[in-house]
Design a protein around this ligand. Sequence first.
Ligand code: SF4
Length: 492
Amino acid sequence: MRYFTITTLGCKVNQYDGSAVAGALRRAGWSPAGPGRRPNLVLVNTCCVTATAMRKSRQAIRRAVRAAPSAAVFVLGCYGAADPARLRRLLRTLGVPDGNVLIAGNHDDLSARVSRFIEGNDSLSYETTEGRKGFDEFHDESGLAHVKKRRKDMLRGGCVGTEGLGLLREFAGHQRAFVKVQDGCDAFCNYCIVPYARPRVWSRREEDILAECRQLVEAGHKEIVLCGVFLGAFGRATAIRRKWDNTPSKLPQLVRKVSEIPGLWRVRLSSLEPGDVSDELLAVLRDASTAAPHLHLPLQNGSDRILRRMNRQYRSADYRDAVSRLREALNRPAVTTDIIVGYPGETDDDFAETLAVAREAGFAKIHIFPFSPLEPTGAWLRRDEIPSQGVVRKRLEQLSELEAKLAQNYRGQFVGETLEGLVENATTPNGKPVSMSACRSALLGKRTRKAMTSRYLTVAFPASSGDDLTGRIVNLKITGVTDEGLLGKHIS
Ligand code: SF4
């Protein structure tokens, strides 16, 4: 038998890609490793969106190799695309022979690589990608010349991604299934490395997406999250809005079709920009009973000066307008966001504008990121303009404080109401999720379970021994607010 393990880091799109590769391996006769089943192959699906994500990816590779020193190693994902040379050196340091390593980033035709590997390898024999150079291989150059060379190198190659890996039959280990509908970004926000790691903008065919969603719902997933690197570019050839023709977005009609799949409880969208919040989309979110009243709209900064520096495709007024139209169209929608603190050149006034937009938007949740300069992005060239550590720390504290208040306000309005929620997998004592089947049989005694509501609120509630609730939609009477979400009581 042939066994594999897979570790996936990063965003929903990466999670989808990891599941697609794992699904292709399973269909080809590979099985997940487990007790008494040592892996012949370890896959690490990496992320490079921040310096921390890169560090975690390297840690995951180290852990996977140490757990299975003689297994072949298949590194994929964005970090594999961005810095294969560094990962190759890491694997050599860990004693993995080059012949046992495949590094395939998003520039490669991943589906062809996986298929070639599956079809041609009964005995383990791997190729080593001679890919892009490492971050430290351009140090003979400096400044803009260095960045230009680095960019050119990173953008080299095709990028076909996971097309052709087949449709997912299940999203293993999760109750909510992520379905990638779009990949790639060429918008080049100045802080973002994604356009270098996933440069080709492409969308899946609607019929494939719908067939996959139906299969996933039939497999028991009650919520589908439609995701993309630049989801608003679904059906478009570029993520640059000024290059779009006047044809309406295909996203609202896709959401409507997914929302009509029998057995589905919720369809949710992963992330959009203000420019994607069209009247058509709002009408679908309002009229489709299974559409979640939740949008994640990354703000990144509330100051137009910084948004311009970031090369974002909206201004603060566009953002405010999108949120107010959303509030008019839907009943108490959850608006969640991402904000970067300490972008090069951010002044106290800029930061004050961010706080003002956040207050006005009344975010249900803010994901706060301290700015981290990534080579070879535009912002990396301006890294000497990053505010001092002390200033950034203070701003992070201020924003965290506001975040906590806004989130409490938003959650507080649901106390006393009864909400539906999708019960998530039980977790092991160390907090790791356990498999659906394991947690169904291992529920002993009363314990706290968690359910996700359509407004993206996590409700913690006590469940009785033997209650087989995982993956079920339950009614929860909301009794209180916590730092993480809501407290509730299960009503049968
Ligand atoms: S839109 Fe901007 S932030 Fe989003 S993936 Fe593209 S470049 Fe990155």
